[in-house]
Design a protein around this ligand. Sequence first.
Ligand SMILES: CC(C)(COP(=O)(O)OP(=O)(O)OC[C@H]1O[C@@H](n2cnc3c(N)ncnc32)[C@H](O)[C@@H]1OP(=O)(O)O)[C@@H](O)C(=O)NCCC(=O)NCCS
Length: 207
Amino acid sequence: MAAVAPTIRPYRPGDEAALMRVCVETGAAGKDATGLLTEPDLLSHVFLLPYLALEPKLASVVAVDDGPPVGYVLGALDSRAFEAATEAQVWPALRDRYPLDAFGADTLDALLVHLLHHPIEAPDELVAEYPSHLHIDLLPPVQRGGHGRRLIERLLAQLAERGSTGVHLGTSEKNTNAIAFYRHIGFDQWGPSGQGELTMVRRLPVT
Ligand SMILES: CC(C)(COP(=O)(O)OP(=O)(O)OC[C@H]1O[C@@H](n2cnc3c(N)ncnc32)[C@H](O)[C@@H]1OP(=O)(O)O)[C@@H](O)C(=O)NCCC(=O)NCCS
């Protein structure tokens, strides 16, 4: 019998556990971060769950039939508004749950907890031109099958429909696969890299 191809569908409540698995298994510059964390859920608290809570319509997943999702794209239409909403609705409870000294210094857990307490604000010059941002992750078995491109195209169309002029994203300089992918599908580097991270951008057509 022929293998069933994965397809893209909107995120729906109930997908969270599978998406959290994708988040951690791709969380170390595209590779599995499970063994690097005492608290693997921290990655999802920072990079996944706020998007599902605040921008659920911009979340799409890759899945085979009714199976658990094996990849996702997440977006925020207005990064400034998203920063304000996370500050008001998401970070306070997580800061109570994970105080700054919850983990030993120089651990990935501590770095993520630091981000909960001191979220990075996108620079004004970046959001002026590229107000939206995104995250994308697929598990290895569904990488290099065209799903990444399709997920991004779907999200960019949704953002353009909603009036966004451009989108940005951050990636580790070590994630050479992702950087090559983004360049290949029309993203450019924005500004210099800093602290091992680089920012990539793409303009959106006016619709
Ligand atoms: C990076 C990632 C999102 C790319 O998605 P993907 O489904 O593997 O990529 P696709 O198959 O859709 O590739 C789209 C195009 O980019 C090209 N491409 C993909 N990876 C590439 C690479 N490493 N080098 C050069 N080109 C690449 C493909 O050849 C394809 O070209 P085509 O459409 O002209 O034929 C995915 O591999 C992934 O999730 N990796 C692990 C997690 C991760 O790194 N996330 C990003 C964090 S910033």
